[in-house]
Design a protein around this ligand. Structure first.
Ligand code: UGA
Length: 450
């Protein structure tokens, strides 16, 4: 296959590996570059090193076809490609801003190796203005490399479905030929998506399928603004949940009625333990930091962040009041350590925050998550004991907190809580359980804003 149909993807996290595996089924030869040998070995066996529904069969089939080539080498992959995607990690700095070390080092190393006229596509989430800096560094190389911002909107847990049946593809850049070339990749993906969905075993989804071309800085800002707005909606719902608690309203009913207004919409108004993950917390603090850098006051986002940070403590206070004002030696079981259902990712997970806060407050904490056990082990404080099932985690517990919406937690029969726990408190930190079922089993239901 010629260079015009060869793509390199730098970084094989959620975004990079999903993009690589899908484009490898859309008529392209794709190098997936991963410097970490342990991770690379897993990918070479046709698997991902994190849990994402449907991804493993897509990787395995692409390896078998020979269209996906996992490698640790920039030298092998980058010079042979007409388009290079940067999907490297952007970990948090201690001040909450994004650490761009990998973004810049990947661009520098690829810049050295890219053939003239290569297109460099940024998929990693970066603060507005980053693209202009990288573009400048490419210009100094004198190779006519075009820089395109192509932000990613997939969600963990539904990564394949989101990418195959997308609402929008955004590309921003100064070179219109280059932005057009990147859109072509997505058109090819769109043409192959039914076959890919069948390999992955994911359902088709309704989609708007808009293609949007913008300036470079607009594309960068679209990404963080979209995440910040969703985070804002969640914090707004959580603020109203606190009011609902004091006035005896049910925030689920309130948001259902509010979201029925099409101008508002029901999505992301689900109150509970707050948002976590590798994106919202970092993108909110990153946007605040960008505002500060440019002298723009984004108090609205500072407030959203403060509300989110308050939610685990707020839930623990509600529990503590029911437990007789002390947590010391009380056995609390946490169900759900991933930052949401459908993933093993525990970055900024509310379930972990709850477990660690309770341990610090003197409680005896047990926990269970169907996918995140290994990833949670490093982040949980020493006192938390992980178990392999709901039953094992809640045996003898005074209270249980359901912190993610894994179906097995929602479907778990209320009578079984009653039979297995020692106490009677069920804290629904995701507002998804049936409160009447729980009460009918003789238990006390504690929701967030209910
Ligand atoms: C988010 C965005 O939804 C994606 O569009 C984006 O591409 C991605 O970040 C990214 O920047 O990479 P993700 O972090 O995977 O995706 O997860 P979400 O499903 O958006 O959930 C984020 C957090 O918000 C979770 O902890 C979830 O439980 C919480 N949430 C979500 C609520 O508390 N309430 C809601 O109503 C919705």
């Amino acid at each position: 296959m010629d260079k015009n149909h060869t793509i390199t993807i730098l970084g094989t996290g959620y975004v990079g590996l999903t993009t690589a595996a899908l484009l490898a089924h859309s008529g392209y030869r794709v190098y997936a570059v991963e410097p970490n040998q342990t991770r690379l070995d897993v990918i070479k066996q046709g698997k991902s090193f994190f849990y994402e529904k449907g991804l493993d069969p897509v990787i395995a089939a692409a390896l078998e076809k020979g269209s996906l080539i996992p490698t640790d080498s920039y030298e092998v992959s980058v010079p042979a490609s007409s388009i290079v995607f940067s999907c490297v990690g952007t970990p948090d700095n201690p001040d909450g801003s994004s650490n761009l070390t990998y973004v810049f080092s990947a661009a520098e190393e690829a810049g050295r190796l890219m053939a003239p006229d290569t297109i460099y596509v940024q998929k990693s989430t970066v603060p507005v203005g980053t693209g202009a800096r990288i573009e400048e560094s490419f210009a100094k190389l004198g190779k006519a490399i075009s820089y395109v911002s192509n932000p990613e909107f997939l969600r963990e847990g539904t990564a394949l479905q989101d990418t195959l049946f997308f609402d929008r593809i955004v590309v921003g850049g100064n070179d219109h030929h280059a932005t057009g070339q990147v859109l072509e990749l997505y058109r090819a993906l769109e043409a192959s998506r039914t076959a890919i969905a069948a390999i992955a075993g994911v359902d088709s989804a309704p989609q708007k399928g808009e293609y949007i071309t913008t300036s470079l800085s607009s594309a960068e800002l679209i990404k963080v603004t979209a995440n910040a707005f969703l985070a804002l909606k969640i914090s707004f719902a959580n603020s109203i949940a606190k009011l609902a608690d004091t006035v005896g309203a049910d925030v689920v009913e309130v948001m259902n009625g509010v979201g029925a207004d099409e101008r508002i919409g029901r999505a992301f108004l689900h109150a509970g333990r707050g948002y976590g993950g590798g994106c919202f917390p970092k993108d909110v603090s990153g946007l605040i930091a960008s505002g500060l850098d440019h002298g723009v006051d984004l108090t609205i986002m500072t407030a959203a962040q403060a509300v989110n940070d308050s939610m685990p403590g707020y839930i623990i206070e509600k529990l503590q009041r029911q437990l007789g004002d002390t947590l010391t030696d009380k056995h609390v079981a946490i169900l759900g350590l991933a930052f949401k259902a459908g993933t093993s990712d525990v970055r900024r997970s509310p379930g972990i925050a709850l477990a660690n806060m309770l341990t610090r407050a003197g409680a005896i904490v047990t926990a269970y998550d169907p996918q995140a056990r290994e990833e949670a082990a490093d982040t949980l404080t020493a006192g938390v004991t992980q178990h392999d099932s709901i039953d094992a985690a809640i045996t003898g517990a005074d209270a249980v907190i359901v912190a993610t919406e894994w179906p097995e937690f929602i479907e778990y029969p209320a009578a079984q809580y009653a039979a297995t726990m020692q106490g009677t408190l069920v804290v629904d930190a995701i507002n998804r359980l049936d409160s009447s079922d729980i009460q009918a089993a003789g238990l006390t239901y504690i929701g967030v804003g209910r």
